[in-house]
Design a protein around this ligand. Structure first.
Ligand SMILES: Cc1cc2nc3c(=O)[nH]c(=O)nc-3n(C[C@H](O)[C@H](O)[C@H](O)COP(=O)(O)OP(=O)(O)OC[C@H]3O[C@@H](n4cnc5c(N)ncnc54)[C@H](O)[C@@H]3O)c2cc1C
Ligand code: FES
Length: 268
């Protein structure tokens, strides 16, 4: 089945000042996406911006593809102005996906990173300890659904308007504290801004495999997978515009990612 297709916009719902939910009805048969995969969406019918923009699949149901997006710049602003009935060009699903957790797991979302993780939480209901951080209460988008799908939820905001005031990585660090031995064994799935992921790499590095009595024999400590949100141009591996430095050379986020083992990335 081709990955290039046209889709009809059925809804482009304003959730609040910053966020929208885009519902697309593909005009041809499509490949079913996996949690963590993404699509390149044409954001308007002019050539400005020229390039499509990448968005994680937020939900796929009844042959509708749903995307949760934050308005940031030209492309997302242009996307927010599209109306039901408009037709857009789409490529996807692209990239790899989150590996399936065997039991309970930890999910850590920073802001709009929740869009990429909710499909995983929906597939493995009530198995995630969700750590969800945002700038403020209004930016904790889809909080009710996130709460209902989680085994337990931990919330932080920068201004303390909801949950604890502070960084979500600090909250995770407390949770992983050595006195709560069972938590070391849980795999972690993360999506959010690069500073959050970089901080997460430091938290994870504090838990070497020698501290993992439940995971004897596993190399590298807490297993953690991160979805990276690099700028993309082609989205299909051709332009090298999205490369990241890894311990085994440069890799393309759109092709070898967007999900990587956190230990593979060279955090600079
Ligand atoms: C695999 C992947 C999945 C994504 N999924 C989602 C999603 O589900 N929902 C969502 O809202 N966004 C998602 N993004 C980010 C989204 O693609 C960008 O916000 C969008 O491309 C911005 O386009 P723009 O033209 O509006 O902004 P631009 O005019 O291109 O940029 C505006 C500002 O945002 C910054 N910016 C742009 N793109 C990125 C980026 N990728 N990472 C960090 N900063 C950036 C720019 O530096 C600039 O400061 C994803 C990105 C990737 C790579
Ligand atoms: S965006 Fe072109 S290679 Fe990744």
């Amino acid at each position: 089945m081709p990955k290039n297709f046209k889709a009809n916009i059925t809804e482009n719902i304003l959730l609040n000042e910053h966020f929208r939910l885009l519902n697309l009805s593909p005009l041809s048969d499509i490949i079913v996406p996996e949690p963590g995969q993404f699509y390149m969406l044409r954001t308007g019918d002019t050539y400005d911006p020229l390039l499509k923009r990448p968005f994680s699949i937020f939900r796929h149901e009844d042959n509708t593809l749903k995307f949760l997006y934050r308005i940031r710049g030209k492309g997302t602003l242009s996307l927010s102005n599209l109306k039901s009935g408009d037709i857009i060009d789409v490529i996807g699903p692209l990239g790899n996906s989150y590996s399936a957790p065997e039991g309970d797991f930890i999910a850590i979302a920073g802001g709009i990173g929740i869009a990429s993780l909710l499909p995983l939480l929906r597939r493995f209901k009530k198995r995630a300890y969700l750590f969800y951080g945002a700038r403020n209460k209004d930016e904790l988008i889809m909080l009710n659904e996130a709460r209902s799908l989680s085994k337990e939820i931990f919330i932080t905001t920068d201004d303390g308007s909801e949950g604890e005031k502070g960084l979500i990585t600090d909250s995770l660090s407390d949770f992983l504290n050595p006195s709560r031995i069972t938590h070391y064994a849980l795999p972690i799935y993360a999506c959010g801004p690069t500073p959050m992921l970089k901080e997460l790499s430091k938290v994870v590095a504090e838990y070497p495999s020698s501290l993992l009595p439940l995971n004897k024999g596993r190399m590298g400590g807490v297993k953690c997978y991160v979805s990276l949100e690099e700028h993309m141009a082609c989205g299909v591996g051709a332009c090298l515009g999205c490369v990241v430095k890894t311990v085994s050379g440069y890799k393309r986020v759109c092709k070898e990612g967007p999900v990587f083992d956190i230990e593979e990335i060279v955090w600079e």
